[in-house]
Design a protein around this ligand. Structure first.
Ligand code: PGA
Length: 253
């Protein structure tokens, strides 16, 4: 398949794994995707395993992502981890605004924007998550909700910095439920996201990678990435099993 954008796959390990388990999984993922050179692949372990996993993966091709960061570089912010600290630990990416952070930890759009700017300042590529709840979808508010989250998250970011931003469309009702968005539902929102990004930076929008997330599995990824605006996936549950994550990458390229 000819693609204008290089597919990207990130395994979001959430709150799973000891350091030893994370190292073992990272090694299996690296071995599993070693021959799939037509995609960028990353894994996002829990904070305590980041440095060890990054060391293990330093020869490539799998990169390391954090699952969150704070917006200040240092100071009296008990419990927080800064973007420069993530760079030092070996991260290249950071997931921001995941719906679990928004729903369980009260994270607001304004915080996602501050975090995205901090990540870019530090040299990280932010993976900015947006997505509607089931109630919002049922009320016909999907595109409005996604637009509000997207525009708030990207506010004030220059076109040059937008080049490094990845957006993940993750409908909340599809995360961890086994019920993925249909390819047509994903395509509709991905195309909309790209059109909104074009209003911010017309040159960047055609190059921006827009990932789908929500119950991605080896047997549904092909149809999803077969859509013209779906450029890869943010994978939760299925990324905890190296073989299924590798098959997801393989079935997409
Ligand atoms: P899931 O999670 O693949 O387990 O649905 C996706 C995510 O939360 O990024």
């Amino acid at each position: 398949m000819t693609r204008s954008r290089r597919p990207f796959f990130c395994g979001n390990w959430k709150l799973h794994g000891t350091i030893a388990e994370s190292l073992a999984l990272a090694t299996e993922v690296r071995n599993g995707v070693a021959t799939h050179r037509d995609a960028d692949v990353a894994v996002a372990p829990t904070f305590t395993a980041l440095h060890a996993v990054a060391k293990r993966l330093e020869d490539g091709p799998v990169a390391v992502s954090a699952q969150d960061c704070f917006w200040e570089d240092k100071g009296a912010f008990t419990g927080e981890v800064s973007a420069p600290q993530l760079v030092e630990a070996g991260c290249k990416y950071v997931i921001l605004g995941h719906s679990e952070r928004r729903q369980l930890f009260g994270e607001l759009d304004a915080a996602v924007n501050l975090k995205a700017r901090a990540a870019l300042r530090a040299g990280l590529a932010p993976i900015v998550c947006v997505g509607e709840t089931l109630a919002e979808r049922d009320a016909g508010e999907t595109l409005g909700r996604v637009q509000a989250q997207l525009e708030a998250a990207l506010a004030g970011i220059s076109a040059t910095d937008l080049e490094r931003v990845i957006v993940a469309y993750e409908p909340v009702w599809a995360i961890g439920t086994g019920r993925n968005a249909t390819p047509a539902q994903a395509q509709e929102v991905h195309r909309f996201i790209r059109a909104r990004v074009a209003t911010l930076a017309a040159d960047v929008a055609p190059r921006m990678r827009i990932l789908y997330g929500g119950s991605v599995k080896p047997d549904n990824i092909g149809a999803l990435v077969g859509q013209p605006n779906v450029d890869g996936a943010l994978v939760g549950g299925a990324s905890l099993e190296a073989r299924s994550f590798a098959v997801i990458v393989k079935n997409s390229i």
